[in-house]
Design a protein around this ligand. Structure first.
Ligand code: GLN
Length: 488
């Protein structure tokens, strides 16, 4: 059953041709077999999942209506609050934290009758590009267990690629859905900022964070978006229905986009590995054969995206993470001498190195006397980057570029060199700064049989068309059908 996509499984369950209990049991059998190697989950909830699955099967047998994801086993990155199990954010500081409420996306999954399998590993507080910054466990890439799955949604993505669930939710602040999707050969969408509610998502960089689907196919991503997109009064940054109503992303998914114009940014993408560039060119050839017109654009400010991002994201993080103080919730030091030590020791003991680095960088960038020089300047660069996108989208429907400069790197290769790690985000970060949607879809393999992703970026609120563009390519190719041979 695990060869089915989420949508195929959903359709079969709804038609009474498959049982959710069987699908869920099959997932847990694979988890039992492969999880010791892959390490995708921080926690799983087998009993709860099987109960939910049995309920779906029963309701279908009784002819009762069920939701859009009825019976489909899904994983959730562990920075989304759930009232069941812990919500750790991959951090020792939240290791035993029990959320008092469900994130809106979790409520929506439950309302759609999805079966939640577990909470997936991640870089601590979503800071990282390899999942090696998790304070709790190690996740490997199902395609090559000596390599990272990407990050920070590495657990969720490895779970989808390793068939330890049928679909997952990740979060993307600077590439954390798209980059692991590319490294693990699956589909990952970062929606427009505000398209999906962030209520109950543990905040990292609040002006950049966005939740999105990680799936095996473009149709599955459309299906997940149908469930999670939309206005939420609990998130003041979620987009008002009147401005951009969420639509049925599956309805016209198979309709090609006529007169498609694709922008490419040759200067910017020239730095990617040769094999990544080759896969990109070949993907563009496929679109050309489908009648697309290619336009070269110049986006001069993209070169500054990493620098601006690492000021803005760390500044926001330093503020967001102030709440972990050993007083309100989370880890508290055992033997404080005084109240100052409650703060300093609790934080020093439980935050990992990368989180501490970022808090310090962000605090520095926001401090008086430096605010204008760093934070304000970064905001100005952010505006220029937005302008670059506006200009490019005047001439095109979408922009195509690599997701990452390389395929999945070796575990340990970059973890001690933060700058190298930051540079692996070069192609994904700008979309977050501009707030626009971006997707990674499988577009080939390198000589070592590691997946390569194609990144497609679209204007704000352009998810519907973006998914159709992605689907056009998926129909012509079968990269997405390949599976890692980890269990053979
Ligand atoms: N790798 C980037 C970072 O470390 C992006 C992470 C993310 O998108 N959450 O900040």
């Amino acid at each position: 059953m695990d060869e089915l996509s989420a949508k195929e499984l959903r359709d079969r369950i709804a038609a009474g041709q498959a049982s959710s209990v069987e699908a869920t049991e099959a997932v847990f059998e694979r988890i039992q077999k492969l999880e010791p190697t892959i390490g995708a989950y921080i926690s799983t909830c087998r009993d709860r999942a099987l109960e939910a699955a049995a309920d779906v099967d029963r309701r279908i047998a009784a002819g009762e209506p069920v939701g859009q994801l009825a019976g489909v086993p899904v994983a959730i990155k562990d920075n989304m609050c759930t009232t069941f199990g812990a919500t750790t954010c991959g951090s020792k500081i939240l290791e035993n934290f029990r959320a008092p409420y469900n994130a809106t996306v979790v409520e929506k999954l439950l309302a759609a009758d999805a079966v939640i399998v577990g909470k997936a590993n991640m870089d601590e507080f979503a800071m990282g590009s390899s999942t090696e910054n998790s304070g709790l466990k190690k996740t490997v890439n199902p395609w090559d267990t000596t390599r990272v799955p990407g990050g920070s949604s590495g657990g969720a993505t490895a779970a989808v690629a390793g068939r330890l669930c049928f679909a997952a939710l990740g979060s993307d602040t600077g590439g954390s859905i798209r980059q692991p999707a590319s490294f693990c050969g699956v589909v990952g969408l970062k929606p427009t900022y505000g398209r999906v509610s962030r209520f109950g998502l543990v905040a990292y960089g609040s002006s950049l964070d966005q939740i999105g689907p990680i799936t095996r196919t473009v149709a599955d991503t459309a299906l997940m978006m149908n469930v999670i997109a939309g206005h939420d009064p609990a998130d003041s940054t979620s987009i008002d229905k009147a401005i951009a109503p969420a639509c049925d992303y599956l309805e016209k998914l198979d309709e090609s986009v006529e007169n498609l114009r694709i922008a490419i940014v040759p200067q910017f993408t020239a730095g990617a590995d040769e094999q990544v560039q080759k896969a990109l060119s070949e993907a563009i050839e496929v679109y050309k054969e489908l009648g697309a017109e290619i336009v070269e654009v110049d986006m001069p400010h993209l070169d500054y995206a990493i620098a601006a991002y690492y000021v803005i994201a760390t500044a926001e993080a330093s503020s967001n993470l102030a709440r972990y103080d050993g007083v309100h919730y989370g880890h508290r030091t055992e033997t404080p001498k005084d109240y100052v030590e409650v703060y300093s020791k609790s934080r020093a003991e439980a935050f990992g190195q990368e989180v501490k680095r970022r808090i310090m960088l962000g605090t520095y960038a926001l401090s008086s006397g430096y605010y204008d020089a760093y934070y304000l300047k970064a905001l100005k660069v952010r505006n220029l980057i937005r302008g670059d996108f506006t200009g490019a989208f005047e001439k095109s429907d979408c922009i195509m570029m690599p997701v990452a400069p390389t395929t999945a790197f070796k575990i340990g290769e970059k973890v001690n060199d933060p700058l190298q790690m930051y540079l692996s985000d070069i192609y994904t970060i700008a979309a977050n700064l501009a707030g626009i949607p971006g997707i990674s879809i499988p577009c080939g393999f390198d000589q070592e049989n590691l997946p390569i992703g194609l990144q497609i970026l679209a204007p704000t609120f352009g998810e519907e068309k973006l998914l159709r563009i992605a689907r056009m390519y998926e129909k012509e190719t079968d990269w997405y059908k390949r599976e890692p041979s980890i269990d053979v």
